[in-house]
Design a protein around this ligand. Structure first.
Ligand SMILES: Cc1cc2nc3c(=O)[nH]c(=O)nc-3n(C[C@H](O)[C@H](O)[C@H](O)COP(=O)(O)OP(=O)(O)OC[C@H]3O[C@@H](n4cnc5c(N)ncnc54)[C@H](O)[C@@H]3O)c2cc1C
Length: 496
């Protein structure tokens, strides 16, 4: 069911949801996929329209609903990942119980709330209290006004005309990073795709890749990516044999191997999704992947233990050096890595080094982008975190405090801020609730959409995750034996 829901969510992006009009933006749900789709959506809110296909008022209402849905759903959504707009046809027998559950009293009837509250026991009073009937959504304008009032936004029906320029770039809102967990997944999958696309796995790059994968298995903020990285790692020798790209390999062999590797979706089947959320630029060619990569690195740096700090440092440096396809970026970054004197012994020092290296890049780019006009006008480079985001990180120095290397930072406060920003806050909207424990069983954590602390950060987490990783590896090792056998059989057949 879950895999099915992902397919539906992915199809939303391409407007090819089965059964509904291919031009529809709202997603048609039914009793079989309702819970799973709402559970898996990265959107913060959902609207469910209960209607009946025979109802003339519903048919007339459809274009109003679609006009709003196109802002939020679909590959060209101006505001993706915020509201998932769906509909359920109550005239279909399969949906009658579902519509009953929501006491649908008229058509069309619209409900609003966090997606998880739609399936988390509608009968329970607590879930019920989080859902609201939209009482003023008769036209597209009124519906959008109603949404704007709920979430304090100022979206307009014409927003599409201005491309992405209406993006909110409120840097003082720490909650914005909560969307970035999906970008960290997107960046991980994109990086892996680039590595395959550009045949970057060579004898000299295998070791750095393995080391980086190990870091991801233990500390990636997304469980899906931890799991996928573990699968790649466990199968690494089979998937990436030493002679992978050797000249005596036929093109067919090579493309078969790429095919096999591609089947190992590092963050699950439905990532990359094809869009960015936190890292979305106001122009199509700004931000995106490189922003996601930074967020990934920072989120790793706040999850490691003291004893891992040097390994994490070299893994990240080597990964960027070997696999970040931007020549200038990787050269600059490697220079910064090479200038580090002693080995890191404290996770704090490594996290702060990465933060300050990133600021060094920001400072350089601030000037470059200003003179070349290549920056994103909505997201100019800044020395980070600005005072609005972390007042306690800055000593109050008044007018002399010009930024960059001149800022008088309170480094302990910066570290605290990094831990909370890239630790807890980053995963506070993340929908994967289960964590694997040593024996491969699943523990259900608190519902993450309620802002409850999902994962404690710090030593306890690092230890827990490290042992999870071991459990997961052992588990995958066993489960992959069958695949390995199949792979070897396939190979020996080919060699006959
Ligand atoms: C390793 C690396 C090296 C790069 N080197 C170059 C280069 O040499 N030349 C070039 O043109 N581009 C370089 N880039 C790309 C560039 O740094 C930006 O990623 C890109 O311009 C997109 O910028 P952005 O506005 O999305 O913010 P980014 O700089 O990508 O930052 C992403 C997010 O991280 C947060 N952030 C910002 N600064 C910090 C900080 N100091 N610590 C923690 N979090 C922070 C902010 O929320 C920001 O939105 C590099 C990227 C990487 C990953």
């Amino acid at each position: 069911l879950q895999a099915g829901s992902r397919v539906v969510l992915r199809e939303i992006g391409h407007n090819i949801v089965g059964g509904s009009d291919p031009k529809d933006y709202a997603v048609e749900l039914n009793a079989t996929n309702f819970d799973a789709v709402l559970k898996d959506t990265p959107a913060t809110y959902a609207i469910v329209e209960f209607f009946a296909h025979w109802c003339p008022a519903c048919r007339n209402y459809k274009h109003h609903y679609e006009n709003v849905a196109k802002l939020f759903n679909g590959p060209n959504a101006v505001h993706p990942g915020i509201v998932l707009m769906t509909r359920v046809d109550c005239a279909l027998k399969i949906n009658s119980k579902l519509c009953d559950k929501f006491s649908v009293s008229h058509y069309p009837m619209l409900f609003w709330g966090p997606p998880t509250k739609f399936f988390a026991g509608w009968s329970s009073n607590q879930a019920k209290s989080k859902l609201r009937v939209i009482d003023d959504g008769r036209t597209a304008e009124r519906l959008l006004n109603w949404i704007n009032k709920q979430i304090g936004s100022s979206y307009g029906l014409e927003d599409e005309k201005f491309e992405n320029e209406h993006l909110s770039s409120n840097i003082s809102d720490p909650g914005q990073i909560a969307r970035a967990v999906y970008d960290v997944e997107e960046a991980t999958a994109t990086a892996f795709d680039i590595i395959l696309e550009h045949k970057m796995i060579k004898s000299e790059t295998r070791a750095p890749l393995i080391k980086f994968l190990q870091l991801l298995v233990a500390h990636h903020p997304s469980r899906r990516c931890r799991k996928g990285s573990a699968e790649v790692l466990v199968n690494f020798d089979d998937l990436c044999p030493l002679d992978m790209w050797s000249s005596d390999k036929h093109d067919v062999d090579t493309s078969n191997m790429i095919g096999v590797l591609r089947n190992f979706h590092i963050c699950g089947k439905d990532v990359p999704r094809g869009y960015w959320m936190f890292c979305r630029g106001s122009k199509n060619d700004t931000r995106g992947f490189s922003c996601g990569l930074w967020v990934l690195m920072h989120s790793l740096s706040v999850r490691i233990e003291d004893g891992e700090s040097q390994t994490a440092f070299t893994s990240i440096c080597d990964f960027i050096h070997n696999f970040f396809i931007c020549q200038e970026c990787r050269q600059h970054f490697y220079e910064m890595c090479s200038s580090v004197k002693g080995p890191f012994t404290k996770a704090r020092d490594f996290a702060l080094w990465l933060w300050s290296a990133h600021n060094e890049v920001n400072e350089r780019l601030m000037k470059e982008e200003a003179s070349l006009k290549t920056g994103d006008p909505k997201f100019p480079k800044i020395i980070w975190p600005p005072k609005q985001l972390c007042p306690s990180c800055h000593h109050s120095r008044g007018p002399k405090d010009k930024g960059g290397s001149q800022i008088d930072w309170k480094r302990d406060e910066v570290f605290k801020f990094l831990i909370s920003y890239y630790g807890n806050t980053l995963v506070s909207l993340y929908k994967e609730k289960g964590l694997l424990v040593g024996d491969g069983t699943t523990v259900i954590l608190e519902d993450s959409s309620t802002n409850a602390v999902v994962v404690p950060v710090g030593a306890a987490l690092a230890i827990a995750l490290a042992s999870c990783a071991f459990g997961a590896l052992a588990c995958y090792w066993r489960s992959q034996q069958k695949n390995r056998k199949y792979y070897h059989q396939l190979h020996s057949l080919k060699n006959i």
